[in-house]
Design a protein around this ligand. Structure first.
Ligand code: ATP
Ligand code: MG
Length: 338
C-alpha cells in the first residue's frame, strides 16, 4: 500500500520572546508522519522535542510569548489539506479534540483530582463525540478495558489519587482515545514510570495504534525505546533535525556522530532488568549549546570526536543520503563514519 501522508511539518521555527532576548527553541524542523505510522522524535533534554509537539497544536499560552513559523499540514480523510498554523482558533480547537490528541509525561498534572476518572472520560466523550453522549457510561468502561485496566466497572468510580502512576497514564491514554484521533502525540509518556510499567505502556500504545490505524508521534530521550515501537526516527539536537531515517537503519548504522553518541550511552537491557542505576552508563561528554549561544556551522561540533575546521565554518544543511526512507544527516563527514 502506498504510504498516505497524515501530518507534514515543514521548516518549523518556534521562537520565544524572553527577558534575555529571543530564544530559538525550534529552528527549521521538518518531518512527516504517514497514516498508521509511528515516528519517534529523539534527543537530549532541551533539544526542542516538546516545543515541536506543542507547536503542532499551538498549545502555548499568551505568557509564553511564542512565535511559530513554517507549515503544519494535516491531510484530511477526503484528501483535503489544512495548514494548522493558519487555521483560525475555533477550527484548531476541533482538530485538537477530534483529530489529534496529546498525552504528556506526567499524568497527575493533567488529571483533575476532584473528579472520578469515569467523569473525566465521559466529559471527553461528550465534548468530542456528542452522538455517543447517551451511552457515555458504557463507552467510558469500554475505553478503560481497551487500555488494559482490570475491573473497569469498579475503577470508573475511582479518583486519580486512588490509582498507581501506570494506571493514571492508562487513564490519560483512554481520555486521548475518547476522541478517536487520527494522530496521537505522546510526549515522554513513560518517563515517570518504572521500567516494567514503562514496557507495558509501550506495548499498549503499539497495540492501540495497530488496532485503530492511528498515526503515532512518539517523543523520547531514550533511543532504546525507539527500536520496539517506531517505523522512523527523527533525531533532534539544539532545535534542529540532525538525522532521520528508518529505525532499523538508524540503529544499525547511524550517520551522525550525535546519533551514535546517543546509541552508545543507551542503557543495556540487562542493566535495566536488574534495576541497576542508569547513571552507571556513559553519558555524552559536554552539554548542548543554549539556544541563545549557537555558533555557525554544526551545533554538535564542540562535543564531536570527528569535528574538524570545516564543520564550524558555515551552516550545514540536512544532507539527503538515500532517496528511499528519507534517510538524511546533518553531518558533512557522514561518509567517514565507521
Ligand atoms: N514557554 C517557553 N518559554 C521560553 N522558553 C521555552 C519555553 N518552553 C521551552 N523553552 C525552551 O526551549 C528549549 C526546548 O525545550 P523543550 O521543552 O522543547 O525541550 P525537550 O527536548 O522537550 O526536553 P526534555 O527532554 O527535557 O523534555 C529549551 O531551551 C527550553 O528552555
Ligand atoms: Mg520535553
Amino acid at each position: 500500500m502506498e504510504p498516505a501522508p497524515l501530518l507534514e511539518v515543514r521548516d518549523l521555527r518556534t521562537r520565544f520572546q524572553t527577558r534575555r532576548g529571543v530564544l530559538r527553541a525550534v529552528d527549521g524542523v521538518a518531518f512527516a508522519v504517514d497514516r498508521g505510522e509511528t515516528v519517534a522524535i529523539v534527543g537530549e533534554s532541551g533539544s526542542g522535542k516538546s516545543v515541536t509537539a506543542m507547536s503542532i497544536l499551538r498549545l502555548f499560552g499568551r505568557t509564553d510569548r511564542a512565535s511559530i513559523e513554517g507549515a503544519i499540514l494535516l491531510h484530511g480523510r477526503d484528501g483535503g489539506v489544512r495548514d494548522l498554523l493558519t487555521l483560525p482558533e475555533p477550527a484548531l480547537r476541533d482538530v485538537r479534540g477530534r483529530e489529534i490528541a496529546v498525552i504528556f509525561q506526567d499524568p497527575s498534572a493533567s488529571l483533575n483530582p476532584v473528579f472520578t476518572i469515569g467523569e473525566q472520560i465521559r466529559e471527553a466523550i461528550r465534548r468530542h463525540r456528542p452522538a455517543e453522549a447517551a451511552r457515555a457510561d458504557a463507552a467510558a468502561v469500554e475505553l478503560l478495558r481497551d487500555v488494559g485496566i482490570a475491573d473497569p466497572e469498579r475503577r470508573v468510580a475511582a479518583y486519580p489519587h486512588q490509582l498507581s502512576g501506570g494506571m493514571r497514564q492508562r487513564v490519560m491514554i483512554a481520555i486521548a482515545l475518547a476522541c478517536q484521533p487520527r494522530l496521537l502525540i505522546a510526549d515522554e509518556p513513560t518517563t515517570a514510570l518504572d521500567v516494567t510499567i514503562q514496557a507495558q505502556i509501550m506495548r499498549l500504545l503499539a497495540d492501540l495504534k495497530a488496532a485503530r490505524g492511528m498515526g503515532l508521534l512518539f517523543i523520547t530521550h531514550d533511543l532504546a525505546l525507539v527500536g520496539e515501537i517506531a517505523d522512523r526516527v527523527v533525531v533532534m539536537y539544539a532545535g534542529q533535525v540532525v538525522e532521520t531515517g528508518r529505525t532499523a537503519e538508524i540503529l544499525a548504522r547511524p550517520r551522525h556522530p550525535y546519533t551514535r553518541a546517543l546509541l552508545e550511552c543507551r542503557p543495556e537491557r540487562h542493566y535495566r532488568d536488574e534495576g541497576e542505576d542508569e547513571r552507571l552508563l556513559r553519558p555524552i561528554a559536554g552539554a548542548p549549546p543554549r539556544p541563545s549561544e549557537v555558533a555557525p556551522g554544526c551545533r554538535f561540533a564542540p562535543r564531536c570526536p570527528m569535528a574538524e575546521a570545516r564543520c564550524t565554518a558555515a551552516a550545514i544543511p540536512l544532507i539527503e543520503l538515500a532517496p528511499a526512507g528519507g534517510r538524511a544527516s546533518r553531518c558533512i563527514r557522514w561518509e567517514d563514519m565507521p
